[in-house]
Design a protein around this ligand. Sequence first.
Ligand SMILES: C[S@@+](CC[C@H](N)C(=O)[O-])C[C@H]1O[C@@H](n2cnc3c(N)ncnc32)[C@H](O)[C@@H]1O
Length: 360
Amino acid sequence: MKAIFIHVRQGFESDAAEEIKDHLKLAEISAASVDADAETAFVRVKLSDEDWQVARQKIKLEKLIFARQLLWQAAQINLPSDGDRASSIIQAIQEHLLPSSGSNAFSALQLETPDTDSSKELSHFCKALTRPIENTLNKLKLLPKGKGAAHLPRINIVMLTGQQASISLSDVGNSSPWTMGIPRLRFPPNAPSRSTLKLEEAFHVFLGATGMAQELRPQMLAVDLGACPGGWTYQFVQRGIQTIAVDNGAIDEKLMASGLVTHLREDAFKFRPHERVDWLVCDVVEQPSKISALIADWFTHDYCKRSIFNLKLPMKQRYRETKDCLRYLETTVNASGRQLKIAAKQLYHDRKEVTVFCSF
Ligand SMILES: C[S@@+](CC[C@H](N)C(=O)[O-])C[C@H]1O[C@@H](n2cnc3c(N)ncnc32)[C@H](O)[C@@H]1O
């Protein structure tokens, strides 16, 4: 059975399902059916062979907010409970994945599970199976090495249970480089809060390595609304970027000692800078519509060049709420005569929230 296989945050399946249905409609593809069982941490859209190929061209991970990783399932197979799981998987790769991949080889092999608490115990299968499968694929010349092979699709084997696996692939350039879309970021020992990783992940996802080098330079000026204790400010300070931290709370003393931070005990909704700043970030916990209105005002009045902010989503209809906020932001700012570019993602380090990147 061919399908789109999407890794999502556990509990966000229905939002991801609503979103992919919207995208398929736009691409004029009719989904045979959508599996989005609660708490499974994945969504699967069954498609005809022809639609699968069309969707593979048209559906883009960077446009999907609630998808962490985008895979293309060629088959789901049953695995022998006591027998040779590796051989069954290799056979399925040859029989199902290779013919539909549009390629004669692959750039990598990833064995993974949906990101749920219960599937963590399946990860020992992944570890045990990787080496034997890789060895055989190497012998079959299906995993060529070197730069020339880097663009080839990856093999993604998703262990759904000990007895079932999804035999899938991901396209380089239309997938996360991280297995299951989960970046392995190290928590910096001097960072004042764990949410520092949220902004770091956002930089990787929205800017990439090249963008980070160009758009996060010393001498820039940033404003961090709702900054305390300073995890997001820390990301700027590490890069030599001067930061105005707006928050009534207490800010980390080491950050202040850097000499790069100005702490203003002001209301994030009232503060505006005297000059246009390079970055506006905002992690204030407020209704998403209020945050969108605040960000729209900054862009409309040209107070910032780019922004990363969070929309907190405690409600059930997260996709609808996000869509409404982003549409409001786009129409409000564009009415001022400039086109705002907007990207949004439910990041691994996000909780019940999404992170948005905007720039002109
Ligand atoms: C989720 S915390 C921010 C954490 C921060 N990003 C970090 O990495 O350490 C939200 C912060 O927003 C602040 N806040 C809430 N409403 C605010 C307002 N109207 N003006 C300024 N700060 C506000 C709170 O004091 C709190 O420190």
